[in-house]
Design a protein around this ligand. Structure first.
Ligand code: ADP
Length: 444
């Protein structure tokens, strides 16, 4: 408020001074006119002198604006021109201060990102490099300033990165070996911002990767080592039970239970080894078109055998012209896990429906049952290893708790996803969605 009042005071002061100066000039001209008797000439000469002075001030201003050093004050001026010189000078000082403050903020942001251990890379909307910090040089080998403006897919040539970058779905990060050393493992996070520009963060996750690798190797080795002793024990139990007459009747029931639990342990080890194998590589080694309709037909008959006297009604509708690229053994294990679960968890004589069809989005396999259903809160965790909705229900069925984890891994390796829809008392529906890139369609 005070400053505004001061400003208007100053303005009024110099306005008054200007009016006084003009009146003085006109007065002097009139006096000259009175003395010489030539009023018009005297007035013209006065105005010409004023115009000349104004032009000279304008030229001084122009010269100062063009040639002045950053801190050089403006030339002295009188009246209105003095005000103009001062205002421009103050405006410039204010702008310089604001620019200095912004530059300091930018410097601090750049200093702190440069000190980060993670690489920060800014890409324009075409994926060309705009800016990166020092860690980007050590982690992925960007070179300053040569790589500026280069496309990121020219510098990171791993097909998995190019595929991930171009697909544009950055919900999950991507993990790859570093382009500088195979022993280093990097995790790439990409976020879109502004006008479709990309912000890429790259973290060194070598240590985590090694720990994860140790965990996988440990489980795989233990499972492998346990298999031989278990086979020997199961073999002897079978021999003993084959010669029931020679066995003390008091031991018969114990031996039978031992055989049952031994078989369960064998299933568990087989599932653990299968999971370890699935985790060892990203994609299946064989990628032949698999006749899913025939595969499902054989799974349907196995499921009917598993159902036995429980008499489930298992129906199959499958498109015979729709094939799937991938590993037949892996797909068999995933699909049979879903169908066998439906048999295990449905009541006797329950209906189970298997469907295999294709549409614009890709190919789909649905297994629908009329079982007890699953509460919504369990659904997100169902594919975790050993996760069970109801442990008493699961132990009766003899399941290993690894079935859906295997399904999830097999689907991941086939670029597919699992959708589970279920509600208590209304049965469940497990649907696998495969993208078009994995399908082979035969017309006719
Ligand atoms: P399990 O070997 O115990 O069947 P899974 O990984 O195949 O292990 O399944 C995990 C859990 O999900 C099961 O213990 C069961 O509680 C639940 N489940 C799986 N399929 C069905 C289904 N069709 N209906 C009801 N519950 C199911």
């Amino acid at each position: 408020m005070d400053r505004l009042a001061d400003d208007s005071q100053v303005k009024q002061n110099w306005r008054g001074a200007m009016v006084r100066r003009l009146l003085l000039l006109i007065g002097a001209c009139l006096l000259l006119g009175l003395l010489s008797g030539e009023y018009a000439w005297a007035l013209a000469a006065g105005l010409a002198a004023y115009l000349g002075w104004t032009l000279s001030q304008l030229l001084r201003l122009h010269k100062w604006l063009q040639e002045h050093q950053p801190d050089e004050p403006p030339p002295d001026g009188y009246g209105l021109w003095g005000e103009v010189f001062d205002s421009i000078y103050h405006l410039q000082r204010r702008n310089e201060k604001a620019r200095g403050r912004l530059q300091a903020v930018i410097d601090r942001v750049q200093e702190s990102t440069a000190a980060l251990k993670d690489a920060v890379i800014m890409l324009d909307s075409h994926g060309n490099l705009e800016w990166w910090n020092r860690a980007a040089e050590t982690l992925i080998g960007l070179k300053t300033p040569q790589d500026s403006g280069q496309s990121i897919t020219n510098l990171l040539r791993d097909p998995r990165f190019i595929d991930y970058f171009e697909r544009g779905n950055y919900l999950e990060p991507l993990e790859l070996p570093s382009p500088l050393s195979d022993r280093r493992r990097l995790q790439f996070h990409i976020t879109r911002y502004g006008n479709r520009e990309h912000l890429m963060l790259v973290r060194d996750v070598t240590r985590l990767y090694q720990l994860e690798q140790m965990r996988k190797d440990f489980v795989a080795n233990v499972s492998h080592e346990l298999r031989t002793p278990l086979t020997v024990i199961a073999g002897y139990l079978e021999t003993l039970l084959d010669n029931v007459e020679g066995v003390n009747p008091r031991w018969l029931r114990a031996l039978q239970q031992m055989q049952q639990q031994g078989a369960r342990m064998q299933n568990l080890l087989n599932d653990l080894l299968l999971l370890a194998k699935l985790e060892a590589t990203d994609y299946p080694s064989d990628n032949q078109p698999v006749a899913v309709d025939l595969l499902l037909l054989s799974i349907q008959s196995d499921a009917q055998a598993l159902s036995g006297e429980r008499g489930h009604r298992i129906s199959l509708e499958a498109d015979p012209h729709l094939k799937l690229k991938g590993s037949e053994a892996e797909l068999r294990s995933a699909f049979s896990n879903l169908v066998f679960n439906a048999v295990k968890y449905s009541p006797n004589e329950g209906a189970i429906r298997i469907r295999w069809w294709g549409d614009e989005q890709g190919a789909h396999l649905a297994v629908q049952d009329s079982g007890p259903g699953i509460e919504a809160r369990h659904l997100p965790r169902l594919t975790e290893r050993f996760y069970r909705v109801d442990s008493s229900r699961a132990s009766n069925t003899g399941g290993t708790g690894l079935g859906l984890a295997i399904v999830k891994h097999v689907l991941l390796r086939h670029r597919a996803r699992l959708d589970i829809a279920s509600s208590l008392g209304k049965g469940s529906s497990f649907t696998c969605h495969f993208p078009n890139s994995q399908t082979v369609r035969r017309v006719g």
